[in-house]
Design a protein. Structure first.
Lengths: 295, 295
């Protein structure tokens, strides 16, 4: 089969053997925002045509390709949802040459009834559920919009999105905080942990953000350390909020890029939280597992 | 005398009678960022030359004109500071034709030792102290960087900046939240109060921000109401943080633009906080009072 994670700014296609082993891969920056209106079938053919010519006949897609800006907008599936619910909600796509199915995103509501959404991460969580089985667990998938998901009974029972990555980016690129920061400076772990510690003090995030400038103006935080401090501050607030919601027993299950998981692992350590790091290619595993349910 | 509030993006000059009554005023968008390097004396002469020709001989300036990007960078004065401390720390500016003095900004440190700064608001607070005398009080000056100041014994004893206004602006202009918002929609008080209420629930600000998108995607928050909801969310978090620090007895003393003070008054009401609205021209009063100490 062919598994595809088609996001806003990246396209990742994998040719998978039964069981999920990767036979071949194709990655590009051809995210959905780079595809012209009506151009999705042609873009897909161009990317995976050779694999189809060699006999592949099933294509499973996940990610923002199923959003309003994507190929076809498919409704979000409400939590709790596991592999069976997701497999039953796959949406066939009009495509010549293969059976082409779209994985739905998930939606949930928090205790106050406010809705939350994900597209793409549900497939990673299916991959994680295969490892964790029926156990109650908490997963953290860092990113532009970090997802904290609760798992139990072999399903995703609910989740909360934290806008950490995007807030960091817009503050560094567009606010007064960026003027005192070297955005491309390497990660400074001491500054990051200083930011995490600051998040645990009083005053609130909006005050702590301005404090980044106060420290810079007073010569108490270097320009090279400012972006790392800001990351620690935001991730610290994110972890504190998750902790305040109550944690299930066991480690936090963490999966994402090497850079982000390293940062989150440091923050978890500062909060005294245990974590377990998982393969960042969980989406592949999830796509293979969903495909298995189709036989 | 002539009092000038010269900020980043605005220039406001006032010709004041003894006691602070306004004889004439001149306002423009000629903030410090619009003045070429070395161009401050010429810009000032162009703006107030006629008043100098008519015999004015004392010019008092406050605001970002005393920052690194301004005419001369003057050091911040540490809290506690009142009119006497500020008057003793005025910096003479090289200017032909009048005695020209710059009001220093203030600095403080919070309980954790993190520094905070203000430039311009100290002059408004001096104006407010003239009304409040020696009483212990809390002042809130909303804006791009909202200032919450503690007053007592006739001085500013400390303050905390909340980056509320700037965070709102960068999120609406540059984040995914802006795509679902009409930034120019009129204030929707119900949506604003809904955002304030949301700030009092669990999950943290970074989660609440993404919830704005969840509500929009699910059709539970209109594009016209989104900017007001976001304002309520951020101001709600700001007020909650101030409350958590402990409040002195009496109302919160509020001064600022009509739009912002209306919003903050609504938020205070939602939190059950009393407030007292003050004249937005407090800076004038402060400049006149500082000038009086020079005689």
């Amino acid at each position: 089969m062919i598994g595809i994670d088609w996001g806003t700014s990246a396209f990742r296609a994998y040719r998978l053997a039964p069981g999920g082993a990767i036979l071949d891969r194709r990655e590009s920056e051809g995210g959905i925002l780079s595809v012209p209106k009506g151009g999705f079938p042609a873009a897909l053919s161009a990317a995976i045509g050779p694999w189809l010519a060699e006999g592949e006949s099933l294509v499973l897609l996940c990610g923002m390709v199923g959003s309003r800006q994507g190929w076809v907008e498919v409704p979000y599936l409400p939590c709790p949802a596991g592999p069976a619910e997701i497999a039953a909600a796959l949406t066939p796509l009009p495509f010549e040459g293969a059976r082409c199915l779209l994985v739905p995103g998930l939606t949930t509501r928090d205790a106050a009834g406010v809705p939350d959404v994900m597209r793409g991460e549900e497939t990673k969580l299916i991959g994680l559920l295969a490892e964790l089985g029926e156990a109650e667990a908490l997963a953290c998938l860092p990113g532009t919009h970090a997802k904290w998901a609760r798992l139990g009974g072999g399903k995703v029972t609910g989740f909360a999105t934290q806008m950490t990555g995007e807030v960091r980016a817009v503050l560094l690129d567009h606010s007064i905080l960026g003027r005192l920061a070297q955005p491309d400076a390497p990660m400074d772990e001491a500054a990051f942990l200083r930011g995490v510690g600051r998040a645990r003090q009083g005053g609130g995030l909006l005050h702590h953000l301005f404090g980044t400038r106060g420290l810079g103006l007073m010569g108490e935080l270097s320009e090279a350390a400012t972006a790392s401090y800001l990351s620690g501050l935001l991730i610290g607030h994110e972890v504190a909020a998750a902790l305040a919601e109550g944690m299930p027993p066991g480690p936090v299950h963490l999966a994402g890029s090497a850079t982000l998981t390293r940062a989150y692992a440091l923050a978890f350590g500062a909060f005294g939280l245990e974590h377990r790091l998982h393969d960042p290619d969980l989406a592949l595993r999830g796509l293979a597992l969903i495909a298995e349910t189709l036989q």
